[in-house]
Design a protein around this ligand. Structure first.
Ligand SMILES: [Zn+2]
Ligand SMILES: [Zn+2]
Length: 211
């Protein structure tokens, strides 16, 4: 599902609209007139997601390149889940390599001219797996080097493993009941196509052991 975001600057505010299929919803945001930067309020994205969630969906998670926040005092947030509504939203904006940002003012940041897109993709994948598993009821992993390890800050986040440990893999399998070999073949194909050699090599070994 791909959501279209429309933005329009109007009288010192930024009007942000999310569109999907027949649904058009105005998201709440905050705007800094000087820098022209804006952030979207995560709770209002939840409201939008509940309107577009397919019938019978276990949960719906939105991933966005836009910067998001919850409270006015926030610098930014990486994401927000609502277990009751079974929706979540996560932003990969602050995961951008070489993004420079001020620790006090949310609107002070500099987007780098060039950066490593592969690193951004890998960080985003990790976030996506981690948060999807949370929404499925997983707690942080304390057993092994794992994508479900908890982290206190971005640097710790970036060091984490891309993949699930055997314990969390088993949990996921119990919920989704997928074909293990097929899963790793598809993962390998994904990383092969994006020329992520370290991940491809590791996945190649896993596929072999499953043969
Ligand atoms: Zn977590
Ligand atoms: Zn684990």
């Amino acid at each position: 599902m791909e959501v279209e975001i429309q933005t329009e600057e109007k009288k010192n505010t930024m009007i942000v609209k999310a569109k999907y299929d027949q649904v058009c919803y105005e998201l709440k945001s905050r705007y800094d007139n000087k820098s022209k930067h804006f952030q979207i309020r995560a709770n209002s994205i939840h409201e939008f997601l509940t309107k577009i969630a397919p019938k019978g969906a276990k949960s719906l998670i939105g991933f966005t390149e836009y910067d998001i926040f919850i409270d006015d005092s926030d610098l930014f947030v990486a994401g927000l889940c609502n277990g009751l509504l079974r929706v979540g939203v996560f932003s990969i904006f602050r995961y951008m390599p070489r993004l420079k940002f001020c620790e006090e003012k949310w609107y002070e940041y500099t987007i780098p001219q060039n950066f490593d897109h592969k690193t951004w993709l890998k960080r985003s994948c990790k976030l996506m797996i981690h948060e999807t598993c949370h929404l499925l009821g997983f707690a942080h992993c304390v057993y092994k080097d794992c994508c479900m390890n908890g982290s206190g800050h971005l640097k710790e986040d970036f060091r984490q493993s891309m993949f699930l440990c055997p314990i969390d893999l088993k949990k996921l399998w119990l919920i989704l009941n997928f074909d293990m070999k097929k899963r790793y073949e598809l993962l390998k194909q994904f990383f092969d196509e994006r020329k992520c050699s370290k991940e491809s090599r590791w996945l190649g070994k896993v596929v072999k052991t499953l043969e």
